[in-house]
Design a protein around this ligand. Structure first.
Ligand code: PLP
Length: 395
């Protein structure tokens, strides 16, 4: 037999294990120091009340013969797809229900969508970015080219006519930089994809954090997207579903390549390899899109946004360059004093007892930068922000 040797080409994912090791070594040596973690990309607030009520009610249904459900439709129950269709309609995006696929996470869908594409395609990935785009393509053995996201381009790379790519990843608002494309910028990517026959894979995981009106929440708000784009979104950051698991992927009916409809291919893929999200989770997800659900989940988003603003204010006071925070829970800061990402990690841990994420862990262009998140506890974030400011001031 022959193994998939592409796995040999994966860079070891040392980032979070190295962080854990360094933090453990530090707390071992300084048990008296209180460490505050602003490195995590996970939510910390509990599920909203309407979501929990829906979970309870659906669980009770599952315990009664008359309302018990077994296998559900692989692409999601009608009630949730109708709620999602309505959600898109609120933004002026018209979708058919069969263009909406419910899944167990944007991570899985982003990885699994690659089943639709031949290995012999060139993939364009921004650098730095959410590492899953690169690793899933390395596993498959595809060629990867990088679009450098730098301070000069506001961490928002634009299409380069001299680069040929077949599959293009866009994450807006971005993890880790928090940068978000404006309408005209995003339209340039859509036009590039249509002109080159490429497919745009648009990751909207952080769309709920957008505050600026000119930043699209969905790629489908733009012209000409139904012939070139697939969108991934998730309730993980929208509604605290990181441990509950529910996402949605939009594959337009009009999207065709090589004489095949990608929507039909994805349906075939999902019905063959997947049995859907639990009924109780889909009921909980539908509760997010009620008036009460929107209000309650919106409060959590505001809480995280306020944390990001606290961090941003501390960096303003310290005179440190950063982006993000406005449309994102992430703050992406330049390491002060020209420090490298890991040097600043150690500096911040030792001087301030604050843990963040070294930017270089998200790609080579992330060297010299650092990610802080608004997902922590509000009081602890305030303390951490003060310590961050003071540590930089003492440099
Ligand atoms: N996309 C981005 C940009 C993310 O940062 C994350 C999670 O951190 C995901 C997708 C995955 O989310 P999910 O929990 O839906 O798998």
């Amino acid at each position: 037999m022959k193994i998939n040797e592409n796995y040999k080409n994966l860079a070891e994912s040392y980032l979070f294990s190295t962080i854990a090791k360094r933090v453990n070594a530090f707390t071992g040596a300084h048990p008296e120091r209180e460490i505050i973690r602003l490195g995590i990309g996970d939510v910390t607030l509990p599920l909203a009340r309407p979501v929990v009520d829906a979970l309870r009610a659906a669980s009770a249904e599952m315990g009664e013969k008359a309302t018990f459900r077994g296998y559900g439709p692989e692409q999601g129950y009608d009630f949730l797809r109708a709620a999602l269709r309505e959600e898109y309609a609120r933004r002026g995006v018209s979708l058919e229900e069969n263009e909406i696929f419910v899944g167990d996470g944007a991570k899985s869908d982003i990885g699994n969508i690659l089943d639709l594409f031949d290995v012999d395609n060139t993939v364009l990935v921004p650098d730095p970015v959410y590492p899953v785009y690169v690793d899933t393509n390395v596993m498959a053995g595809r060629r990867i080219v990088y679009a450098a996201a730098t301070r000069e381009n506001g961490f928002l790379p634009m299409p380069d006519a001299s680069v040929r790519a077949d599959i293009i990843y866009i994450c807006s608002p971005n993890n880790p930089t928090g940068a978000a494309y404006r309408r005209t910028e995003l339209q340039a990517w859509v036009d590039y994809a249509n002109q080159n026959g490429a497919v745009l894979l648009f990751d909207a995981a952080y769309e709920r954090f957008i505050t600026e009106p000119d930043v699209p929440h969905s790629i489908f708000e733009l012209e000409g997207t139904k012939t070139c784009a697939i969108e991934f979104c998730s309730l993980s950051k929208t509604a605290g579903f990181t441990g509950t698991r529910c996402s949605y992927t939009i594959v337009p009916a009009a999207l065709e390549r090589g004489g095949l409809r990608l929507n039909a291919m994805w349906l075939r893929r999902q019905t063959t390899k997947y049995n859907g999200v639990p009924y109780i989770v889909q009921r909980a997800a539908a509760a997010v899109f009620t008036d009460e659900g929107r209000r309650a989940t919106g409060e959590a988003i505001d809480y995280y946004r306020a944390n990001a603003a606290v961090i941003a204010a501390a960096l303003d006071e310290a005179g440190v360059w950063y982006c993000g925070g406005r449309n994102s829970p992430y703050i992406w800061m330049a390491c002060p004093g020209g420090m490298k990402s890991w040097d600043f990690f150690d500096f911040l841990l030792e001087r301030a007892g604050v843990v963040g994420t070294p930017g270089v862990g998200f790609g080579a262009e992330g060297e010299g930068y650092f990610r802080l998140t608004g997902f922590g506890d509000a009081e602890k974030t305030k303390i951490a922000a003060q310590r961050l400011r003071d540590a930089i001031a003492a440099l």
